[in-house]
Design a protein around this ligand. Structure first.
Ligand SMILES: NC(=O)c1ccc[n+]([C@@H]2O[C@H](COP(=O)([O-])OP(=O)(O)OC[C@H]3O[C@@H](n4cnc5c(N)ncnc54)[C@H](OP(=O)(O)O)[C@@H]3O)[C@@H](O)[C@H]2O)c1
Length: 304
């Protein structure tokens, strides 16, 4: 049985859901001949722990949720910060799930680069790295002969990048259009049912789907970051979220949204990209779609 050692940066909603899923799939993994051991966890304000023999994820999660430090699970020499954690932890895979870093993707990019430089396979669900430094990270991973995977950054678990990589090898993608932010989509659906924007936002926060800073969803930054990742990874582009023509949904009122539905139309925050000759045209903007458009029927949390 091969042991695969995981080091986690972040123990928030995504990381905890991932660990819960791992515990449910243990038998499945052993059928494939491997076990997964969490040998390190780094957080921002709940401490850092490494243990080569393995940290019990359930106990670490309990401590985290009680607001305690996870440092009581630490057995190695002192670790000072997240970067130090990445330099020291003896792992095979680094999984980074920090909140979106609007400041040009930092410090997430430095963390991912450090992991790749150490020869770790790197997985991120945080859009920061692939949105602001896709080329650099993908090239470094290739140079170090490790994987740089970011499937969870767009459409959650729906395999967009693997689908293209594995099943569309000789295809040039020239454009896309879609609903790629579930928080605003949930909010727009709730507003159609009469809820004010603020109440709908609170529901998405209770569901754990909203960005840590809700402005990133409402103002279209999350969708812009995802658009940048799709363009960079699938269309061989080299753009950052700030280059995208962006308007959010923060100024839409429940009254306007309901009025649109009365006229047989729906507001959707659409992300679009198209390559015209050498130019990449990208935008994220609320658009009024007729019900004959299939995208008008992506409701609630179905967008991703
Ligand atoms: N929620 C979803 O449905 C979903 C789906 C797909 C992708 N994503 C993306 O996944 C990422 C995580 O989402 P989430 O909902 O899990 O966020 P979250 O609940 O806010 O958790 C973020 C975690 O990152 C830790 N962290 C922050 N800065 C750190 C640092 N410098 N070093 C080490 N740890 C640090 C935080 O530690 P403290 O708690 O101690 O501050 C926390 O444990 C986000 O980028 C989000 O966009 C989320």
């Amino acid at each position: 049985m091969t042991e695969i050692r995981l080091a986690l940066v972040g123990l928030g909603n995504v990381s905890r859901a991932f660990l819960k899923l791992l515990s449910q799939k243990i038998t499945y993994f052993s059928e494939y001949g491997f076990t997964l051991t969490v040998v390190g966890v780094a957080t921002r304000s709940h401490g850092i722990a490494t243990n080569p023999a393995g940290i019990n994820p359930a106990l670490a999660i309990d401590a985290y949720l009680q607001g305690e430090s996870i440092e009581k699970f630490h057995t190695d020499k002192r670790i000072y910060d997240t970067l130090d954690f990445i330099h020291q932890v003896e792992a095979d895979i680094l999984i980074e799930s920090m909140p979106y870093c609007p400041d040009m993707g930092q410090p997430a990019i430095d963390y991912l680069i450090s992991g790749l430089n150490r020869g770790l396979h790197v997985i991120t669900v945080n859009k920061s790295g692939p949105a602001f430094a896709y080329r650099q990270l993908a090239n470094l991973a290739r140079e170090k002969a490790v994987s740089f995977l970011h499937e969870g950054t767009v459409l959650d678990g729906t395999p967009v990048f693997s689908l293209v990589r594995r099943t569309l090898p000789a295809t040039q993608i020239t454009g896309f259009r879609g609903v790629i932010n579930s928080t605003t989509n949930f909010i727009l659906t709730a507003m159609e049912e009469g809820l004010p924007l603020g109440d709908a936002l609170r529901q998405t926060q209770a569901l754990g789907i909203a960005e840590t800073d809700p402005k990133h969803d409402l103002e279209g930054w999350d969708a812009a970051a995802k658009t940048a990742i799709l363009v960079n990874a699938l269309m061989d582009g080299n753009i950052t979220p700030t280059a995208i023509n962006r308007t959010g949904i923060q100024n839409l009122t429940t009254r306007t949204v309901i009025e649109a539905t009365r006229q047989g139309r729906r507001f959707k925050l659409l992300a679009e990209a198209i390559r015209r000759d050498d130019q990449m045209i990208t935008r994220v903007t609320p658009r009024l779609l007729p019900l004959t458009n299939p995208l008008a029927h992506v409701t609630g949390t179905a967008g991703g």
